[in-house]
Design a protein around this ligand. Sequence first.
Ligand code: ATP
Length: 242
Amino acid sequence: MTEAGSAATRVLDVAGLSARYGHIEALHPTDVRVEDRELVAILGPNGAGKSTLMRAIMGLVENAGTVRFRGRPLPRRAPEACAADGVVLVPEGRGIFGPMSVAENLELGAYLSGSKAEFERRQERVFSLFPRLKERLSQVAGSLSGGEQQMLAIGRALMSDPKILLLDEPSLGLAPRVVEEILGSLSALNREGLPILLVEQKAPLALKIAQRAYLLSVGRVIAEIDPRKVSSYDEIAHYYLS
Ligand code: ATP
């Protein structure tokens, strides 16, 4: 298993983070970390609390505990505040604006980009990752295929030049071939050095691209996993839970 990195290499440090919906505690105090250049997967069945963990990190649900980004407390007032700090979530369901064009969606993601040159640099990075978005710039986002919409959601997040990318089940509802393409592009981004925290229910796929993983069950982390040792839920159960 990967050793815990030093404070200097720690990108995201989630400590004792819990979250509730009314009187229901959906996430019990949880510790999760992402080191520099790591792709970390959050695995678990339906209802395990994966989305709640992501929402709690971003301050989108009532929560307690601490989240530090590069050693500093993350101001979790709104996604915009986190994005300004470089922490960007691609939510489950993608969160793109259906009636707007691909170009307009990308522009919205870049509202903090500053100069035109910087905007173009970021857009080129998105196009090199997802050439199909360039071909469909004027198309209404709602008319894209599911896979293209997911590409747009990731592309829009990249337009804000994140320092860490959080993704909540980007494979949801997509055909296997498209899932492979999306996860392949996340792996490519990670190889460029972008730290990623990826919620994924499909363990075999996530374990192929992650350097570490956590298994959530009923609102708790029940195992920290080394993907070099296991490649499925069955193997996780055998090696970590027996
Ligand atoms: P899935 O893979 O199905 O998305 P998940 O692991 O992301 O599941 P969560 O969506 O975080 O799980 O849900 C964790 C628990 O919190 C579940 O019991 C769920 O019913 C509950 N929950 C989630 N959202 C709400 C909400 N808005 N109000 C009340 N309870 C909620």
